[in-house]
Design a protein. Structure first.
Lengths: 237, 247
C-alpha cells in the first residue's frame, strides 16, 4: 500500500510512499481513505504526514490527467485540491514533515497543515505554475496563497522560486528545519510543544478552523478561468 | 532624463536619479513612460528599480502639491490618478520586479518599493518609513491603505503606522524586505536574484504571470477601481489635509 497510516500511541503518521506521490483520481481516493482511518481512531491527538526518499509530493499527476476527458479532468483537479482543504480543516492538529521535493499541489497540501517541518539539506518547496506557463485557475488555490503564505513571501513564491529548507524557513513557509533522520522525532517534539496537555475537542477544533479559514473553505468551486489544459500537460516538471 | 531605463542583458534597470526622487505629476509620468518602454521590450525578463545616492525616493513632492493644489487643481487630481496607476502597474507587472532600496524610502517611496515582488535594501544606511502619522498626513488613496494591509506583515503593521523608521536590519527582522547587503553589492545581488526569478533565458511567460498576479493580488484591482472612482470626486481628491501637515 503506497499510502498508509501508522499509529504510534496518540500520534498518527500518514506515510506517502508512492515514489513521486502525485495526485490523480485514484491516489487522492487512497489518501482520503488514510485520513478516514485517522479520523476514525478516537485515540489520536495529532497527525504527521511524511513522504519517502526524494519526494514529499511532486503535485499533480500530469501524465495520467493528460489522458482524461475535460469533465473528468475538472473533477480530478477539484478533488485533488479539496484534499488540501480537508487537511486545512482537519479535526486533529496536523504537521507536515517535508522530507523532500514539495511542488505545486504538494506545496498546497503542505501549507494547509497546521505546522511544517522541512528537511534542512535537500529538496525544494516550489509553486511551479509560473515557470510552467500555467496559472492558478481555481479560486480555492488563490485563497490558499493569500492566506497560507506570509504576505512578504507571496510575491516571490508565485514567481516559482525554489525554496530550500533554510530559505523556506526564513520566508515563513515552514516553521522548523530538521535533519532527515530526526524528522519524526522533531515532529513529535513539535506536537508536544504545541498541544502540550490540552485536550482539543475535535468537533470544536474543526469548527474553529472552518471559521478562520472560511475564505478558503467557501472558495467558489467553479474554475475562475479556463485552465489551459494543453499547456499544463505539455509542460515538463 | 532623471528617470530612465538601462539595459543590462535581459534585465531592465529603472533608474530614479533626481535628488530626493520626489513624486509629482512630471516624475510619475516619466516613470510610467519607462514602464511602457520596459513592457514593450520583450527581451526583458526582469526589472530592477534603483535610486541614487542617499535616496530611493522620499515620496510625495509636497512643495509641488502645495503650489498647485488650488491653482492647478486638475493637474494635482491627474497626478493622484497617475500615482495610483503607477502602483497598480508595478504590482501587476508581467515580469519579476526587484526594488533595490539604495537609500531612504519614505511615504509614497515605501509604497513604490512595496509594489515590487522582491525588496533588497542597503544594509548600513537609509530608513524605510511611513511618515504620515508624524507629519499629520492621511493615507489618501485606498491603494496605499491596502498596500499596508497586504504588503506589510500583520505583526508589524501597527508599528509601521506609527511612523517607526525601519533600518534595513529592522526591516529584514520584521520581514518587510527580503534581504539586505552592502551598497557596493546591491546591484549585483539584485541582478543575481533577478536572473534566478526570471527562471530561464526566455523568462517566465508574461501573459501567464500577469494572470497569476491579478489572481493572487485581486485586492489591488479592487483598490485601484475604488481610487479611480474616488479621485474623480473633487472632494475626495483634494489635498486640503496637506495644509495641516507639520512640514
Amino acid at each position: 500500500m503506497p499510502f498508509y497510516v501508522e499509529f504510534i500511541n496518540t500520534l498518527a503518521v500518514w506515510h506517502l510512499d508512492d515514489n513521486k506521490n502525485v495526485f490523480n483520481a485514484d491516489t487522492v481516493r487512497e489518501m482520503n481513505r488514510c485520513l478516514d482511518e485517522i479520523e476514525a481512531n478516537q485515540l489520536i491527538t495529532c497527525m504527521v504526514s511524511i513522504g519517502y526518499g526524494k519526494n514529499y509530493s511532486q503535485g499533480l499527476d500530469l501524465e495520467t490527467l493528460n489522458k482524461m476527458k475535460s469533465l473528468d479532468l475538472q473533477k480530478a483537479l477539484q478533488i485533488s485540491f479539496q484534499l488540501s482543504v480537508r487537511i486545512l480543516t482537519f479535526p486533529i492538529p496536523t504537521i507536515a514533515a517535508i522530507n523532500g521535493h514539495c511542488y505545486g499541489a504538494g506545496a498546497f497540501l503542505a501549507v494547509c497543515h497546521d505546522y511544517r517541518i522541512m528537511r534542512e539539506d535537500r529538496g525544494y518547496l516550489c509553486f511551479p505554475e509560473a515557470k510552467l506557463g500555467v496559472h492558478f485557475g481555481l479560486q480555492v488555490l488563490i485563497e490558499m496563497l493569500k492566506h497560507r503564505v506570509p504576505l512578504t513571501t507571496q510575491s516571490i513564491a508565485i514567481l516559482s522560486m525554489q525554496f530550500t529548507g533554510p530559505k523556506a524557513c526564513q520566508y515563513g513557509l515552514v516553521h522548523e528545519l530538521s535533519s532527515m533522520e530526526m524528522m519524526l522525532i522533531t515532529a513529535q517534539d513539535a506536537a508536544k510543544r504545541i498541544i502540550g496537555n490540552n485536550t482539543l475537542d475535535r468537533e470544536n477544533l474543526q469548527k474553529i478552523k472552518r471559521g478562520i479559514f472560511d475564505s478558503i473553505v467557501n472558495a467558489d468551486d467553479k474554475t475562475i478561468q479556463h485552465i489551459e489544459h494543453d499547456k499544463l500537460f505539455q509542460s515538463k516538471l | 532624463m532623471p528617470y530612465y531605463v538601462e539595459e543590462r542583458g535581459r534585465i531592465a534597470i529603472l533608474h530614479f536619479n533626481e535628488g530626493e526622487n520626489r513624486l509629482n505629476y512630471y516624475s510619475v509620468k516619466s516613470i510610467l513612460k519607462c514602464l511602457d518602454e520596459i513592457e514593450a521590450n520583450l527581451d526583458f525578463t526582469a526589472m530592477i528599480t534603483l535610486g541614487h545616492d542617499k535616496y530611493f525616493t522620499l515620496g510625495l513632492d509636497l512643495d509641488w502639491i502645495g503650489e498647485n493644489m488650488s491653482t492647478n487643481f486638475h493637474l494635482t487630481q491627474q497626478f493622484t490618478q497617475d500615482l495610483s496607476t503607477l502602483y497598480y502597474r508595478l504590482i501587476t507587472f508581467p515580469i519579476p520586479t526587484i526594488a533595490a532600496i539604495n537609500g531612504h524610502a519614505y511615504g509614497a517611496g515605501t509604497f513604490i518599493a512595496l509594489c515590487h515582488d522582491m525588496l533588497i535594501m542597503r544594509e548600513d544606511r537609509g530608513y524605510f518609513c511611513l511618515p504620515e502619522a508624524k507629519l499629520t498626513l492621511p493615507f489618501r488613496s485606498e491603494m496605499t491603505r491596502v498596500l499596508v494591509r497586504k504588503r506589510i506583515p500583520l505583526s508589524i503593521q501597527s508599528t509601521a503606522l506609527l511612523s517607526f523608521p525601519f533600518s534595513a536590519a529592522d526591516a529584514l527582522k520584521y520581514s518587510i524586505i527580503h534581504a539586505h547587503c552592502p551598497l557596493s553589492k546591491l546591484l549585483d545581488t539584485c541582478r543575481e536574484q533577478a536572473e534566478r526569478l526570471a527562471g530561464s533565458k526566455k523568462g517566465l511567460d508574461r501573459d501567464n504571470l500577469k494572470r497569476i498576479k491579478l489572481g493572487v493580488f485581486d485586492w489591488a484591482t479592487i483598490a485601484y477601481s475604488e481610487d479611480q472612482k474616488d479621485l474623480s470626486n473633487p472632494k475626495k481628491s483634494s489635498f486640503s489635509a496637506y495644509s495641516k501637515s507639520k512640514l
